[in-house]
Design a binder for this molecule. Sequence first.
Ligand code: ADP
Ligand code: MG
Length: 231
Amino acid sequence: MEFDGTFTRGWIQRFADSVSATEPELTALDQRAGDGDFGTNLRTGLTLAVKELHSLPTGPLPAAAPLEATARAFLDGVGGTSGPLFGLLFQELSAAVAEAGPVLRVTALSAGTAAGLAAVQRVGEAVPGDKTLVDALAPAARELQRFAPAGRPDRALAAAARGSWQGVQSTTLLRAHRGRASYLGERASGVPDPGAVGVALLFTTANAHVSSLSSRLAGPDSDPGREQAPL
Ligand code: ADP
Ligand code: MG
């Protein structure tokens, strides 16, 4: 498989389709641990991103182009707390991927995710354990950094996805210290953080369509990696 713009275009399209399919579940999570608009915010960004993808040239594309288009869509068109944060993540990812050349490389995914995490933390000031999307992004960055630099990008992204679902599980038990969920105190305990789920969906959809969150949120005994497409 060639990891050029065809791969990243498919990834963003699959992320968009998976968020559409799971929007009611994302909304329900943010109703319990926020104000209920997270699913809509994420879906709005991805609808705009897919529109931008359609305006890209149909021929061979550098891997960064679909990620850049997604960054623009989130930064220009999405409100809420999560819209600009996802925009920053895509901006850093696309910059690192562009710098590494036309083809996706594990080193660029790792550098871009680490830079995205740093940007999110600079702006949002959340640390791991605050029950935010940082709790899924930090383990994804760690897995990518551990992955063999010359390895396959799709396998590295699958490892990042497994790390981020573990991060999602960890948020279930936490009490929020940032964002709207922090106003709910103990009431948001027992609910996984919606933004963290969004990050886990991002990494998972590099390889697989997700049509339902229920099995992935079923608790610590479930194996969130089991629906991963065989690589
Ligand atoms: P809002 O809370 O403004 O309605 P969204 O519903 O779009 O924003 O997004 C909620 C998600 O944003 C939360 O689930 C959490 O993951 C993330 N979030 C909130 N505050 C922060 C922060 N300070 N740093 C990182 N992520 C945050
Ligand atoms: Mg919200």
